[in-house]
Design a protein around this ligand. Structure first.
Ligand SMILES: [Zn+2]
Length: 259
């Protein structure tokens, strides 16, 4: 049967000579895979509507259980400027990877869809100077929304103040609670209190006014690396996009357009 919905392209995979499998985030069907016939041919009617991050109206034909076919895809917002700026694209790719790794497919989630779409609009509209903070805030908010945010507000067991984050527990722990026989020698990260303040505001402030937060560069960097350690533990592997960003850090300090 034919279903009309809207979707954000999370990723595409080549299939055969000219076909594609497109993974969408949709409001009413969650994460879904769909098949596009011959979009890679030059005169394809799909045009650029299947590019990653594109938000569009889509029509899917077929049973929900099998791979439905995309019969129509009309662009609402292309988010081309995010794709074209290397740093933005890599940061948004982290969000995509979190979604694909931690959100089970096929479960409708209107809130998650609205959140992700809003983030893409915020990133596109925000001035250059505040975007590094916005990327970190986006990752925190997404993790909070899907139930995987780290706890940085006092010891996760007794509530006592603590600045030591234990990635294997996903929380800060006080020295008394951290020292148990099974936890002996577990690595932790000593956090600066500025990082904890920024984190608390990131989770509490509405995202559209988050550009009023003006964290120091070091605070953003520290929190970003803490989130990566946290995610590494959750996913039991490093996020590919995080490794990619680290590898290219020394390459150029400026934003570069490579896509
Ligand atoms: Zn404790």
């Amino acid at each position: 049967m034919l279903q009309r919905t809207e979707g954000i392209v999370l990723k595409t995979q080549k299939y055969g000579e000219a076909d594609l499998i497109v993974t969408y985030l949709t409001p009413d069907r969650g994460i879904v895979n769909a098949f596009a016939k011959s979009p890679r041919k030059t005169k394809s009617r799909f045009g650029s509507s299947l590019e990653p991050l594109t938000h569009g109206k889509i029509s899917l034909w077929g049973k929900e259980q099998s791979l439905p076919r995309i019969t129509q895809a009309d662009i609402i917002t292309p988010f081309q400027s995010i794709r074209e700026i290397y740093r933005d694209f890599v940061n948004v790719s982290r969000l995509t990877e979190i979604l694909l790794c931690l959100v089970p497919p096929g479960i409708p989630n209107q809130r998650l869809f609205a959140f992700h779409l809003n983030i893409l609009h915020q990133i596109q509209a925000s001035p250059d100077g505040s975007r590094d903070a916005l990327h970190v805030i986006s990752r925190i908010r997404l993790l909070a929304l899907i139930g995987y945010a780290p706890r940085l507000k006092g010891c996760g067991k007794c509530g006592k103040e603590s600045l030591d984050f234990y990635p294997d527990s996903g929380t800060t722990l006080c020295s008394a609670c951290a020292v148990t026989p099974d936890r002996a020698g577990k690595p932790f990260i000593r956090i600066d209190s500025k990082v904890i303040h920024f984190y608390a505001h990131s989770t509490e402030w509405p995202i559209h006014i988050s550009n009023r937060l003006k964290p120091a560069h070091q605070t953003i960097a520290d929190l970003s690396s803490l989130l990566d350690r946290h995610l590494t533990h959750i996913l039991s592997k490093k996020l590919r996009s995080s490794e990619f960003l680290t590898e290219h850090k020394s390459h150029s300090a400026k934003e570069e357009k490579v896509f």
